[in-house]
Design a protein around this ligand. Structure first.
Ligand code: ATR
Length: 270
């Protein structure tokens, strides 16, 4: 029987993870079985679904909204980056039915920026907009690339201050933002067709404006950034594929090539 993997989420019907992991498996010359599991939104339902999946032969799982913190609570052991993120997006079965929790979101973002988009983060002034789970998940992997600075700005400023204290980075009010080499939108504003209320001048010297959301068309944030001087924009499809690639490696000890998979997924979206 083919090795079994899954993604837990709610909603989950439109998850691209099965397609992505099937493409990775093909690179490895393997066939895997990868399903989506819709779970009712409670810690108890999540825990029961995960335990059942692994008891029935599952080897690894991805975890998406809204379960990343439940997965953090459930894991028997945690990677350092999952601890820093306070959230888990990848579960790995260990001997004796122990479950390890990791978080590949941040390294996925960094890989997409540095390898696929070929922007180095080293010595760059980086701005992250948003102070929710998405931001928390990426700060440590970005910091590991030795940027000149990391600034976090959020509509609710107090949350930015809290994150800045925890991670030893800067916090700034939207109105006080200066200019940055790389600007990352980690808010969910695009889901409402909105753009964070940052001053347009912030994008003047920006080399790369990156939206963690992805869509068939440029997102509202990408459009706003480009109109106001960002030299290049990107959506989060590459991050999605790269976080999956790190999960695949953790499960199967094989490093998938991501650029061709991103291109294939992009084609499927159009
Ligand atoms: P996630 O896990 O995706 O980060 P979250 O923890 O709910 O989700 O955080 C959502 C983030 O998007 C927050 O930073 C939120 O700002 P607030 O803390 O002020 O709520 C931000 N956000 C959502 N909609 C926004 C909008 N229309 N404009 C600006 N920021 C927005």
């Amino acid at each position: 029987m083919a090795a079994q993997y899954t993604v837990f989420g709610n909603p989950i019907a439109h998850s691209k993870s099965p397609q992505i992991h099937t493409l990775f498996a093909a690179q490895q010359g393997a066939t895997i079985w990868y399903e989506r599991i819709l779970v009712e939104n409670s810690p108890q339902h999540f825990q029961a679904a995960v335990r059942q999946f692994f008891a029935q032969g599952g080897l690894g799982a991805n975890v998406t909204v809204p379960f990343k913190q439940y997965a953090f609570d459930l894991a028997d052991e945690l990677s350092q980056r999952a601890q820093a993120a306070g959230a888990v997006n990848t579960l790995i079965l260990l001997p004796e039915n122990r479950i390890r929790g990791d978080n590949t979101d941040g390294v996925g973002l960094v890989h997409d920026i540095q390898h696929n988009l070929t922007f180095s983060l080293q010595n760059k002034k980086v701005l992250i907009i948003g102070a929710g789970g998405a931001t928390r998940g990426v700060i440590l992997p970005i910091a590991e690339q030795n940027p000149a600075s990391i600034t976090v700005a959020n509509r609710t400023h107090s949350k930015a201050i809290e994150l800045a204290k925890q991670f030893g980075i800067q916090a700034a009010e939207f109105a006080d933002l200066q200019q940055y080499d790389i600007i990352i939108n980690a808010t969910s504003s695009g889901l409402q067709g909105d753009v964070p209320d940052v001053p347009a001048r912030v994008f003047a010297g920006c080399q790369l404006a990156y939206d963690m959301l992805y869509a068939a068309q440029p997102t509202p944030f990408m459009q706003f950034a480009q109109q106001n001087g960002a030299a290049q924009t990107a959506d989060g499809l590459g991050m999605l594929v790269c976080q999956a690639a790190y999960a695949f490696e953790l499960w199967r000890d094989f490093v998938p090539e991501t650029a061709s998979v991103i291109a294939q997924m992009r084609e499927n979206m159009n």
